[in-house]
Design a binder for this molecule. Structure first.
Ligand SMILES: CC(C)(COP(=O)(O)OP(=O)(O)OC[C@H]1O[C@@H](n2cnc3c(N)ncnc32)[C@H](O)[C@@H]1OP(=O)(O)O)[C@@H](O)C(=O)NCCC(=O)NCCS
Length: 183
């Protein structure tokens, strides 16, 4: 089952990153990376057309309290969301508490191992503080970059399921799971 989440008062620090709630003042940083072609599409959404679209997404991040901003050298360079997973696809997980993570990083910062670092911090928080039993994560079958993050963070393949993007295309989502150690 999906467990409740509220990251609005949570800050996690890693060697290079701060994971913290999104703020009104992050608007320009969000637009800067979300407008770039070829980034959002890998996660199922289209590049932001204008800053108004980024404003709406930022408002949603703040309102829904489930998405971290990834701050690097004083700038918001990505996001990591603790999303609701589709319980209908995973009836065998009904008795356990879990969520699904999703993430995106500004193209300017790819290839430095920043997202694995952020995901490891999120895993620690979700197991140690939120007391989840499992974390799901998925990537489109062609998204090798995300597949590598998932492999490096120790997730194991569980199932391939259909996923509808915000632009109406159905993709194959390769889903992986990580159970809380000791379970
Ligand atoms: C997936 C993503 C978050 C990875 O973040 P990252 O911090 O760059 O992760 P890593 O540094 O560990 O790199 C992961 C892989 O990307 C590839 N990669 C690295 N730099 C790259 C670049 N500039 N261009 C293309 N691929 C690159 C490498 O294959 C690397 O694997 P390796 O470490 O085995 O060489 C990032 O690519 C991204 O934001 N993509 C767009 C959104 C997305 O795919 N979100 C996930 C949806 S499931």
């Amino acid at each position: 089952m999906n467990a409740p989440i509220d990251v609005s008062a949570v800050t996690l620090r890693t060697e290079r990153l701060t994971l913290r709630p999104w703020r009104e003042t992050d608007l320009q940083d969000l637009y800067e990376y979300a407008r770039v072609d070829g980034v959002g599409q890998m996660a199922g959404w289209t590049p932001h057309r204008d800053i108004g679209e980024s404003r709406e997404i930022l408002d949603m991040f703040i309102r829904e309290k489930k998405t971290f901003a990834l701050e690097y050298e004083g700038k918001a360079v990505g996001s990591l969301g603790i999303e609701m997973y589709n319980e209908k696809l995973y009836p065998e997980l009904d008795a356990l508490r879990g969520r699904e993570i999703g993430y995106v990083l500004s193209k300017d910062y790819w290839g430095r191992g920043l997202m694995p670092e952020a995901v490891r911090a999120a895993i620690g928080y979700l197991f140690d503080d939120v007391k989840l039993d499992f974390i799901l994560v998925g990537h489109f079958d062609w998204n090798r970059q995300s597949a590598r993050v998932i492999e490096k963070c120790g997730f194991r393949y569980i199932r391939t399921v259909p996923f509808e993007t915000t632009f109406g295309k159905t993709e194959n989502s390769v889903d992986s799971i990580l159970y809380c150690p000791g379970r």
